[in-house]
Design a protein around this ligand. Structure first.
Ligand code: SAM
Length: 278
């Protein structure tokens, strides 16, 4: 791997960083290499990258992938990317807000689709939620995100990091932490530490439930009222008291437990038993 030239490109074009767009560009060759190895991208893969910046990571993905489609919101970066990478036939670029995209328009009938990105921190969670809930056929998502969010994604029941986000991600994916990344690996230096995590889409969800919408409504309601009992959390769903009581009973779950102690399988059981009473 050749040395990255992030700083040179930034200086060459006199690029001014925008804090509000979460612009922290990678300047660490080892981290770049670990992302590429961790993502396991090969020449059959169509890679989507959110937020290419000046193309530091893009350039490395282009060496191994079949095609790279980068989506960048900052129009100041578009001419820079076109000049630096435009001559590469494998590179496609779109000036758009990733949060407002229908990714199927890019994916078309591509068979092996992977997402690789150093995500802008201010929209990490909404982007992950969008990518997982809109039914795109990604094989995997290898993303750099702030450490706290990665720990929430990877959390087990009964820990303080365990949350509705843990359950959403673990419902759709298996998770693997690739590495930690220090603030010194970026310009400008972010305030937080980062983690590169890979999410591999499961063939089928971790638990099969009768009503997915109800399942996630129950999960959200359980975590809205952290440190309160499940019973208090689920009251907000506006269900008949008797249905709720019988639902807990049939599922064999004590309503006095707190939401953050339930495994994904237990949330599945609770959701199915409430569903069967509706
Ligand atoms: N990939 C580059 C790197 O690793 O050096 C830059 C990563 S930087 C953390 C995040 C990038 O996402 C920035 O280029 C920023 O302009 C872009 N960005 C921010 N919000 C975006 C959005 N909603 N849609 C697409 N790109 C966005």
């Amino acid at each position: 791997m050749e040395k990255n030239n992030t700083k040179d490109i930034v200086n060459k074009y006199g690029f001014k960083f925008s804090k509000s767009l979460g612009q922290n560009f990678l300047v660490d060759d080892q981290v770049l290499q670990d992302i590429i190895i961790g993502a396991e991208v090969n020449e059959e893969d169509f890679v989507i990258e959110v937020g290419p910046g000046v193309g530091t990571l893009t350039k490395e993905i282009l060496k191994v992938a079949k095609k790279v489609y980068s989506i960048e919101l900052d129009s100041e970066l578009i001419p820079i990317l076109e000049k630096e990478l435009g001559s590469n036939e494998k590179f496609l670029l779109m000036n758009k807000d990733a949060l407002k995209m229908d990714f199927n328009e890019l994916i078309g009938d591509e068979k092996s689709v992977k997402l690789v990105a150093n995500l802008p921190y201010y929209v990490t969670t909404p982007i992950i939620v969008k990518l997982l809930t809109e039914g795109y056929k990604f094989k995997s998502l290898t993303i750099m995100i702030q450490k706290e969010v990665a720990e929430r994604i990877d959390a087990k029941p009964g820990t303080k990091e365990y949350s509705a986000l843990s359950l959403l991600v673990q419902y759709h994916c298996s998770t693997k932490i690739i590495r930690k990344v220090s603030p010194n690996s970026f310009i400008p230096r972010p305030k937080v530490e980062s983690i590169v995590i890979r999410l591999d889409k499961l063939e089928k969800p971790k638990v099969i439930v009768e009503d997915e919408k109800l399942f996630f409504k129950i999960i959200r309601a359980s975590f809205n009222m952290r440190r309160k009992t499940l019973w208090n959390g689920l009251k907000s769903l506006g269900l008949d008291k008797e249905i709720l009581e019988r639902g807990f009973q049939t599922a064999g779950i004590d309503p006095k437990r707190r939401g953050e102690t339930l495994s994904i399988e237990e949330f599945g059981k609770l959701s199915d038993s409430i569903h069967s009473l509706l």
